[in-house]
Design a protein around this ligand. Structure first.
Ligand SMILES: CC(C)(COP(=O)(O)OP(=O)(O)OC[C@H]1O[C@@H](n2cnc3c(N)ncnc32)[C@H](O)[C@@H]1OP(=O)(O)O)[C@@H](O)C(=O)NCCC(=O)NCCS
Length: 180
C-alpha cells in the first residue's frame, strides 16, 4: 500500500530494509527534532539500533499493536514518519498518533496530507473508533496539522511526556473516526 504525494515523495508502511534510511533520517534531523523529541542515546542513530526497531515495528504490526508509516523519497531517503501506536481494542478501540517531517519539507502542507491518509487507514484498515495525539503547548505547527484533520482538543495533561529531558505538559487531542 503506497500513496504517491508527488515530487518523488511517497507514504508507505515500514518494511524490511528501512533501518539504514531511518537512522540517517534521525541523524540528519537531530537539531530539528531535539526540542520536540525524547533525548536519544548516541546508539539510537546507528543502523544496528534501527535494525532492532524495524524488527519490533514489523512484529507490532503483525500483532495488531501498531502501524508505522514512512514518508520516502525516490532517492531512498526517509523524509518523515507517521505512527499509529498503542492500539487497544475492546471498549476503547483507540490508538496514539505521532509524526515528524524532515526539516527540508516542513511548512509545505505535506504532514497535513499525510495525516489525512493515516486517518483513512486507521478507520478503514485498522477499524479504530478513535485516534489520540498530544503536543507540547507551544507546538503550533503540530496543532495546526491536527485541527486541519478534524482533531479537537480534549484537555491538557500536566507532566505527560518526557521531552527534551523534562516531564512536560501536553495538550491532548482526539479525532473520532467511526461511531459504529
Ligand atoms: C509538526 C510537523 C510534523 C508539521 O509538519 P508540516 O509538514 O510542516 O505541516 P504542514 O505544513 O502540513 O502544516 C503546518 C501548519 O503549521 C503552521 N505553522 C508552522 N510553523 C508554525 C509556527 N511556528 N507557528 C504557528 N503556525 C505554524 C503552518 O502555517 C501550517 O498551518 P496552515 O496550513 O494553517 O498554514 C513538523 O513541523 C515537525 O516535524 N516538527 C518537529 C516534530 C514535531 O513537532 N512532531 C509532532 C510532535 S506532536
Amino acid at each position: 500500500m503506497t500513496f504517491d504525494l508527488g515530487d518523488g515523495i511517497r507514504l508507505r508502511l515500514v518494511d524490511h530494509g528501512d533501518a539504514e534510511a531511518y537512522a540517517a533520517a534521525y541523524d540528519v534531523n537531530r537539531a530539528h527534532l531535539a526540542y520536540w523529541d525524547p533525548v536519544r542515546d548516541e546508539s539510537f542513530y546507528t543502523v544496528e539500533w534501527h535494525n532492532g526497531l524495524v524488527t519490533q515495528y514489523l512484529r507490532d504490526h503483525a500483532d495488531g499493536r501498531a502501524a508505522r508509516f514512512v514518508l520516502t523519497h525516490d532517492d531512498g531517503r526517509i523524509l518523515g514518519v507517521a505512527n499509529v501506536t498503542n492500539i487497544v481494542r475492546g471498549a476503547f478501540h483507540s490508538a496514539d498518533l505521532g509524526y515528524w517531517i524532515d526539516a527540508s519539507l516542513a511548512g509545505r502542507g505535506v504532514m497535513t496530507r499525510v495525516i489525512a491518509i493515516v486517518i483513512d487507514y486507521a478507520r478503514a484498515e485498522l477499524e479504530l473508533h478513535r485516534l489520540q495525539a498530544s503536543t507540547l503547548l507551544e507546538n503550533a505547527a503540530s496543532q495546526r496539522v491536527l485541527r486541519h484533520n478534524g482533531f479537537e482538543q480534549i484537555g491538557m495533561a500536566p507532566k505527560y511526556l518526557r521531552i527534551a529531558g523534562e516531564w512536560q505538559d501536553h495538550l491532548l487531542f482526539q479525532r473520532i473516526l467511526s461511531d459504529s
